[in-house]
Design a protein around this ligand. Structure first.
Ligand SMILES: [Zn+2]
Length: 78
């Protein structure tokens, strides 16, 4: 796991992991701000965010991706 993942830093110098894709209407947008990048990453992993290799995206967006794939497959069948 590299440290090149995107992080958002707030005014207190805390870090949060942003949702990488933000496609769901109910997207979480951002993980919780933590004192260290490691803690921020632990937080999103505890929330079951999905690691894409380049970043994380939230469960809501993962569900949206799965719905989109389902829609595509439905279109192909028609
Ligand atoms: Zn999201």
């Amino acid at each position: 796991m590299s440290d090149e993942l995107p992080y958002i830093e707030n005014e207190e110098g805390e870090f949060a992991v942003p949702c990488q894709i933000k496609i769901a209407e109910d997207c979480a947008q951002l993980g919780e701000f933590c004192e260290t990048k490691e803690d921020a990453r632990d937080w999103v992993e505890n929330e079951c965010w999905i690691c894409s290799g380049e970043g994380y995206f939230c469960v809501e967006c993962n569900n949206q991706v799965l719905r989109n794939i389902g829609n595509l497959q439905t279109k192909k069948m028609n």
